[in-house]
Design a protein. Sequence first.
Length: 51
Amino acid sequence: MKLKRNTILTIIALLVIVVLLYFAESSLNPYYKRILNLCAIYSIFSVTFNL
């Protein structure tokens, strides 16, 4: 049961991220898109390096 719940929550989180990225692509200027892009990259680095 816990695995099913985690899978559903992961799918929902991915869908929310996709919708937010679509919104950002269509409405934000390039400066803010670059800031969001760098934040995402640094977040991945920090998780990878366990910081």
